[in-house]
Design a protein around this ligand. Structure first.
Ligand code: CU
Length: 370
């Protein structure tokens, strides 16, 4: 038994050579209805005009009370603005292309992704003090509801973007949109969760009237606690463990019957990277909608997975900056080792060794690098 385990460990080590030493990450590109806007990377000496507030490092934010849970490690949340504001139509699809610091694909595979918005007021977001923001939730996604029930985040590791549908009935105005990944690969211990928030300045057009109620709005920090079940989560590596999202429920107007947002026409997750990659124009496979019209903060039932989010393969386009970036610096397709390592990890789990084994989907041992 010991010999078998050692051999397995050795094999996994051999096939799990990290392709990137720059773990963690940043929103590299924001897209609005397919139009890509490149964002600045941390440490850029002369940032160009962009809409996502610049962070100083790709390192994760640790601790739910950390001031940097607001917009990431920006240095000074009162004054760290962005020069650009993106115009966004109600119902638009926004995509957040999270990358490792060296533009490799996103390195983490465990934990939810959540999206909040906050009004910047009539003056716009370009001088808006984010510490005054009152946030409401519009979207969240945890594990996929089919297949091996991997976390939806895992698709980012092979080049998917995190896609969010802006509420169709949202009131026009200036907003910060806060797309956040919480990496839970260390969250079996209190304080282990890694927060990756991002704040992007947008201006919503149209004549909608949807707004959150006062009780639906939260502050960051403040919305989360290190003891929240979705942040300190001993069941992180148990696919059957009920996941409870941190923060408030999705604002009621987002899922109200009149919003036409709750029909959930979007397929929640594109789980088959290879099939969509080979045919980018194919419709992603659709998961039956079980929209209940009510908001829930748990993914324990199929109806919990009804938010306006799905992951989408980046559509190749010759003049798309995302594609150029991808072609220049993305690691080669590692789908083969991913399949192997999943089998290996499953094998370990079958041996009763799964708990505490922190291999991520492509076989890297996340614990060793964080
Ligand atoms: Cu990381």
């Amino acid at each position: 038994m010991i010999a078998t385990t050692s051999l397995l460990s050795l094999v996994i080590l051999l096939i799990s050579t990290p392709t990137s030493v720059s773990a963690h990450g940043v929103v590299a590109i924001v897209s609005v209805d397919g139009k890509a806007y490149k964002q600045n990377l941390p440490g850029t000496p002369s940032p160009f005009a962009s809409a996502t507030r610049l962070i100083t490092t790709v390192e994760p934010v640790k601790g739910a009370a950390n001031a940097d849970t607001l917009c990431g490690p920006t240095g000074n949340h009162n004054t760290q603005f962005a020069a650009q504001t993106l115009q966004v139509n109600p119902g638009a699809k926004m995509e957040f292309d999270w990358r490792g610091g060296d533009m490799s694909f996103w390195p983490h595979n465990t934990g939810p992704m959540l999206t909040y918005m906050a009004s910047c007021g009539d003056e716009g977001c370009e001088n808006f003090d984010a510490t005054q923001a009152r946030w409401f939730k519009i979207q969240q996604v945890a594990r996929k509801q089919s297949g091996d029930r991997a976390w939806a985040q895992v698709d980012l590791m092979s080049g998917a973007t995190a896609a969010v549908t802006i509420p169709k009935n949202i009131a026009p105005g200036n907003y910060l949109i806060r797309h956040e990944i919480i990496a839970l690969h260390l969250a079996t211990q209190r304080g282990g969760a890694e927060f990756y928030p991002s704040c992007t300045q947008i201006r919503i057009t149209g004549n909608g009237s949807g707004k959150p109620t006062n009780s639906e709005m939260v502050k960051f920090p403040g919305a989360y606690s290190d003891d929240d079940p979705g942040i300190f989560f001993p069941g992180t590596f148990d696919p059957d463990a009920r996941y409870v999202y941190p923060g408030p429920q999705i604002a009621a107007f987002v899922t109200s019957p009149g919003s036409s947002n709750n029909a959930d026409n979007d397929s929640p997750v594109s789980t088959s990277a290879s099939s969509t990659a080979s045919n980018p124009n194919a419709s992603p496979s659709s998961t039956p909608s079980t929209s209940s019209g009510t908001s829930t903060n748990s993914d324990s039932s199929s109806s919990g997975y009804h938010s306006q989010c799905h992951l989408k393969r980046r559509a190749p386009s010759q003049n798309d900056s995302a594609t150029r970036l991808s072609a220049r610096s993305s690691p080669p397709d590692n789908s083969a080792p991913m399949r192997i390592s999943r089998i290996m990890v499953q094998h370990l789990r079958n041996l009763g060794l799964g708990v505490g084994v922190n291999f991520n989907a492509n076989g890297r041992n996340t614990k060793r690098r964080h």
